[in-house]
Design a protein around this ligand. Structure first.
Ligand code: NAP
Length: 248
């Protein structure tokens, strides 16, 4: 179903994993997409080629979401290329896991910069257009560890808990302008980010999930389409877990 026909979305970190899945699902729903990446140039080029398959415009932009000036320039460039946009999905993120005892300051700052400060950068720069149009949808990709914490991920869980607070505040500030803001908190989704650990650890993770499987990128992408469409028009300020029942 083309629930997002004549809409345009911005997706950060669209070159791989969940972001790539979101770009494809949006395109399948009839949405034009501007997506960013940092280093995965080849993969980004391949994703641009999906334009023909879905008969929508898809364009890649190399832009560091943790850098405010680059984010501001990015929004200018997207406005030049697409005229306007309706949806912002803050997805770019990294992990630099370690126990707090061993975590260095750089690992703390990088994760906060890329995961949390990026949401401020992009949202701050993007909302001017939403206010002008008197409508807009913001979706932040958080994590269940932002709700429950996780040993070895104090930096990552702090960044995601920050996103949750940011999401609720933006929803309260901008609801009266018809701008909705929600966060999706994925559980364990199979991507490059989660393929780093050893097999045994991953198996024990999956065993602890009530639905007994890892999530797929489509599980997250489908909810993005729902929230961005008219079907999600009364939902704002929510942190929605998509985790196979891991955190109830
Ligand atoms: P991934 O496969 O490692 O992909 C990360 C994406 O973010 C890539 O496209 C990467 O681009 C981009 N990126 C990284 N740093 C960036 C920066 N500074 N500026 C712009 N883009 C940047 O990770 P993923 O698993 O898809 O994760 C996507 C989001 O979901 C993250 O926010 C993550 O925290 C969240 N999440 C994932 C899981 C999971 O189980 N996978 C669970 C909960 C939450 P390049 O490759 O071009 O550098």
């Amino acid at each position: 179903m083309k629930d997002l026909k004549n809409k345009t979305a911005i997706v950060t970190g669209g070159s791989k994993g969940i972001g790539k899945g979101i770009v494809e699902k949006l395109a399948e729903s009839g949405c034009d997409v501007a997506f960013t990446y940092l280093s995965s140039e080849e993969s980004a080029k391949e994703i641009e080629k999906l334009s023909d398959k879905y008969n929508v415009k898809i364009k890649k932009y190399q832009s560091d979401a943790s850098d405010f000036d680059q984010s501001s320039k990015l929004i200018e460039n997207i406005l030049d290329d697409f005229d306007s946009y309706d949806i912002l999905i803050n997805n770019a993120g990294i992990t630099k896991d370690n126990l707090l005892l061993r975590m260095d300051e750089d690992s703390w700052k990088k994760v906060i910069d890329i995961n949390l400060n990026s949401c401020f950068n992009l949202t701050k720069c993007a909302i001017r257009e939403f206010m002008k149009k008197k409508e807009g949808v913001i979706i932040n990709i958080s994590s269940i560890v932002g709700v429950k914490g996780n040993a070895g991920q104090s930096n990552y869980s702090a960044s995601k808990a920050g996103i949750n607070g940011f999401t609720k505040s933006v929803a309260l500030e901008l609801g009266s302008r018809n701008i909705r803001c929600n966060a999706i908190a994925p559980g364990f989704i199979e991507t490059d980010m989660t393929n780093k650990g050893d097999g045994k650890l991953l198996e024990s993770w999956i065993e602890s999930i009530p639905l007994k499987r890892a999530g797929h990128v489509e599980d997250i992408a489908n909810l993005c389409v729902y929230l961005a469409s008219e079907k999600g028009s009364y939902i704002t300020g929510q942190i929605i877990k998509v985790d196979g029942g891991l955190v109830t």
